[in-house]
Design a protein around this ligand. Sequence first.
Ligand code: CTP
Length: 404
Amino acid sequence: MVLEGKHILVGISGGIAAYKIPELIRTLKKQGAEVRVTATKSALQFVTELTLQTVSGARVYSDVFAAINEHSTEHISLPEWADMMLIAPATANVIGKMAAGIADDALTTTFCSCSARKPIVIAPAMNDKMWECPATQKAIEELKSWANVTVVEPAVGELACGTSGKGRMPEVEVLSEQVKAALTEKTMAGKRVLITAGPTVEKIDPVRYISNFSTGKMGYALARACLRRGAEVTLVSGPTQQKIEGYDGLRMVDVESAQQMYEAVQEAFAKVDMAILCAAVADYTPKEVADRKIKRQSESENLCLELKANPDIAAWLGKQKKAGQVLVGFALETDHEEANAQKKLQSKGLDWIVLNSLQDKGAGFGTDTNKVSLYSADGTKKDCPLGMKEAVSEWIVNQLTIAN
Ligand code: CTP
């Protein structure tokens, strides 16, 4: 688990989005983290101390003077304990105080003693008018200028007052992802990576298509692993249910067909240091796309669909590759796995190939887990045991960054 053994300090201030924080704490704990909470008095109007204590499994630090009476100084000891601090939701009031160095309650004193030493993630949430306030914007710019601080921009959408605008706290998954990013060493800072993900969809007529079972989970997990390490990622994706939010370094290019994926990759490749080709690209596409729905002729008559070959994107990249560019392919095989993977590695001009076998239980399309081996063009082989796709993608990216 990516957060195994990590100590996360969550600071909650008094906005309606505080009601989402118990869910966030559970999400972080499920991924192996230990969580402690500090909250303002206003936050405890929105979410109870008992709820926070129950989900975190620890006492909530909200009263500086109560703590002093017990001869403890939690505003110092909690930051010592923490690997990082997340302030969510961060209200306009608390943002202003944090930026100005005002420390007048449990949350702001804790932040103050944490802020020079630990990674910090701040998730502002407030009414759009308060977000636009020049004082709030100035404080946000100040906090953004601190090297260890990440500000997760509020989302646009429905606000508690019934109007719509910029000010919503991003969803729990987005915050949990930013916590992981804050805890990850920036080993890919300055690197540009192109990733293809998901299936391609080849149209037959306006209502039908040819595709495959790829869900895009592995490609998106690889994109997150690179983004957490500070890389700039261009993610060329076929249609999937996956999403990534909260990263400035992400450029999404949504495509449908193999031809569109090919064109997007052609446009992006010259500027990247590494391309990871995780997409399950359709090898063939209908020779003609009917502009009207193809009607059934009769019950006994078969339909013959003529297919033409799609471009092999990986092989094209293998020919274009310049010195210093690294090309990583994937092979999903049902038989003769290693021989097939080695053949693809050579014939497409790849530097690395990641092999997953459909014979391995828990590997392949649609599962949350995967089991892979990584082969290099110069003959090395490394095995990653069965794990969650997120952990497997961390392993792959670690191997690639060590080697390149
Ligand atoms: N690939 C690609 N463009 C294609 C087909 C495949 O870029 N038209 C890439 C995939 O993203 C993957 C690698 O090539 O990284 C191997 O894909 P795979 O479908 O296993 O290879 P194929 O050459 O299509 O072989 P097969 O006959 O096994 O389908």
